[in-house]
Ligand binder design. Structure first.
Ligand code: PMP
Length: 458
C-alpha cells in the first residue's frame, strides 16, 4: 500500500485550486501514484493496465529504466540554458530526429507542447505562403491555444469566444459516420477488419469526399490559401480513418492553391501505427510541415515542428522566433533516449504485431455484441465505437458507456474515450504492451460488455 494524502483532501484541493475546466474520468477519479512500463498503481496499491498512456503520450513505458537513468544523468549535468547558447543534447537530438524524416523535411524547431507546435506551424504556413486561410477537418483536434482552437473542430472544446481567425473547417471523410463512407458498410453490419490507416473497403467514397473538399476550397476560403492541417488518423475524435487516397488528392488541391500541407503526428508518430514510423507515410504523402508532441518525450514535456529549409527561411525572414524552454537539455537528452529505446526494443514492430492482434480480437467482440458498432485503427491506435445497435449506428448513451468504462477500470483496465458523444473507447497503450496483457484487456472488456447486457436485460 502506498502512503498518500487523504483522498478526500486531494479532491477538495482539486476543487479549490485546480482548473475547473478539466473533467476527470470515473465517479471516483483515480489518484495515481506510480507507473512502471504499461502498468499504473493508485494510492491504494491497485494495479491497472494502462491502455490510454495519457492519450498516447507514454510511448515506450512509464518510468522506463533507461529514460530514468538518462534523465538523472542530465539532471546532474545541466538542466537549462537559454537557446542563445548551444549545448550538446540539442545537436545530437536534431541530427537523430532529422534522420528519421524524409528529404526535404530536415529543419527542426523544438517547443514544449502539441498546441505550441501547431501554433508555430500555422505561423510558418502563413509566413511562407503569404496567405491567411487554413483548413482543417471537422472532428480534428490540434490544440487548445487561441490560434489552434480555430483548427480544433470538436464542439466540446469550442468556446463562445472569438478565436481562430482565418481558420475554416471542411467535412471529415469519416468512413464510419460520414454520409458515404459508411454506405458500403451499412449494407453489411459485420465489416471486414481494416488494418491499414486508410479504409480500403470504403475507398469508393473518396471521390464524394474530395468533391466536398473542393467545395470548401471554392466557397469558404480566399483564392489562395496558407495551408491544410490533418492528423493521419484522428485521435480525439475517436480514431477516425479516411478513405484510401483521400489525403493524396487533398494535398494536391491545397498545393494548387498555394498552401502548404501539415501532418499533425502528435498521436500517430514515433511508430505507434506499426507499419510506419510516421502516420503520413501510410497515406503515401509527403507533408511540408510535420508537428509532433506526446510520445516524442514519453511524457516529458517536449514537442517539435519539422519542415523544409525553404519554409524555415520564410519564417526567419519575418521574425526572430524565440522559445525559452524549447529544446532544453533535459528534453533533448530524454528525446534521444526515447528514439534509442524505440530502436533497441523494436517498439514499432511491437505496435504492428500486438496492435493487429488486439484489433483482430476486438473484431470478434464486434461480431458478438450488437453494441460494438465498429472496431478500427492501426497498430496501437484503436477505436471501439459503442452504438445502440449496429443498424442505426446511433451512439450508445453516455451513461451506459460510462458504466462500461467504470467496470473495466474496476477490473484493472484503463481505457480512453473519444468521439463527439464520447462514444468511442480508445486503445492507445504504451508500445511495450505484450500479447498476454492484450488477452487480459480484451477479456476484461468482454466481461464488462456481458455485465452491461445483463443490466440491460433486467
Ligand atoms: N494535436 C493532436 C492530434 C492532439 O491529440 C493533441 C492533444 N490531444 C494536440 C495536438 C495538442 O497537444 P498539447 O495538449 O500537448 O497541446
Amino acid at each position: 500500500r502506498y502512503q498518500s494524502l487523504a483522498y478526500d483532501h486531494v479532491l477538495e484541493t482539486h476543487r479549490q485550486h485546480l482548473s475547473p475546466v478539466v473533467t476527470a474520468y470515473f465517479q471516483k477519479p483515480l489518484l495515481l501514484h506510480q507507473g512502471h512500463m504499461e502498468w499504473l498503481f493508485d494510492s491504494e496499491g491497485n494495479r491497472y493496465l494502462d491502455f490510454f498512456s495519457g492519450i498516447a503520450t507514454v510511448s515506450v513505458g512509464h518510468c522506463h529504466p533507461k529514460l530514468n537513468a538518462v534523465a538523472q544523468k542530465q539532471l546532474g549535468r545541466l538542466w537549462h540554458t537559454s537557446s542563445v547558447f548551444f549545448h550538446p543534447p540539442i545537436h545530437k537530438y536534431a541530427e537523430e530526429l532529422a534522420a528519421l524524416l524524409p528529404e526535404p523535411l530536415k529543419v527542426i524547431f523544438l517547443v514544449n507542447s502539441g498546441s505550441e507546435a501547431n501554433d508555430l506551424a500555422m505561423l510558418m504556413a502563413r509566413a511562407h505562403s503569404k496567405n491567411s486561410d487554413i483548413i482543417s477537418f471537422r472532428g480534428a483536434y490540434h490544440g487548445c491555444s487561441p490560434h489552434t482552437l480555430g483548427l480544433t473542430n470538436i464542439r466540446t472544446f469550442k468556446m463562445k469566444l472569438l478565436s481562430g481567425m482565418g481558420c475554416q473547417s471542411t467535412m471529415c471523410p469519416d468512413v464510419f459516420h460520414g454520409p458515404w463512407g459508411g454506405s458500403h458498410c451499412r449494407d453489411s453490419p459485420v465489416q471486414t477488419i481494416r488494418t491499414c490507416s486508410c479504409a480500403p473497403d470504403c475507398c469508393q467514397a473518396k471521390d464524394q469526399y474530395i468533391e466536398q473538399f473542393k467545395d470548401t476550397l471554392n466557397t469558404s476560403v480566399a483564392s489562395s490559401i496558407a495551408g491544410f492541417f490533418a492528423e493521419p488518423i484522428q485521435g480525439v475524435n475517436g480514431v477516425v480513418q479516411y478513405p484510401k487516397g483521400f489525403l493524396k488528392e487533398a494535398f494536391e488541391l491545397v498545393r494548387e492553391r498555394g498552401g502548404v500541407c501539415i501532418a499533425d503526428e502528435v498521436q500517430t508518430g514515433f511508430g505507434r501505427l506499426g507499419s510506419h514510423f510516421w502516420g503520413f507515410q501510410s497515406h503515401e504523402v509527403l507533408p511540408d510541415i510535420v508537428t509532433m508532441a506526446k510520445g516524442i518525450g514519453n511524457g516529458f514535456p517536449m514537442a517539435a515542428v519539422v519542415t523544409t529549409q525553404e519554409i524555415a527561411k520564410s519564417l526567419a525572414k519575418c521574425l526572430l522566433h524565440f522559445n525559452t524552454f524549447g529544446g532544453n537539455p533535459m528534453a533533448c537528452a530524454i528525446g534521444s533516449a526515447v528514439l534509442e529505446v524505440i530502436k533497441e526494443e523494436k517498439t514499432q514492430e511491437n505496435s504492428q504485431e500486438v496492435g493487429t492482434y488486439i484489433l483482430l480480437k476486438l473484431a470478434k467482440l464486434r461480431d458478438e455484441f450488437d453494441i460494438v458498432g465498429d472496431v478500427r485503427g492501426k497498430g496501437l491506435m484503436i477505436g471501439i465505437e459503442m452504438v445502440q445497435d449496429k443498424m442505426s449506428r446511433r451512439p450508445l448513451p453516455q451513461e451506459e458507456v460510462n458504466q462500461i468504462h467504470e467496470d473495466c477500470k474496476d477490473m484493472g483496465l484503463l481505457l480512453g474515450r473519444g468521439g463527439i458523444f464520447s462514444q468511442t473507447f480508445r486503445v492507445v497503450p504504451p508500445m511495450c504492451i505484450t500479447k498476454p496483457e492484450a488477452d487480459f484487456a480484451v477479456e476484461v472488456f468482454r466481461s464488462a460488455l456481458i455485465q452491461h447486457m445483463e443490466r440491460r436485460a433486467k
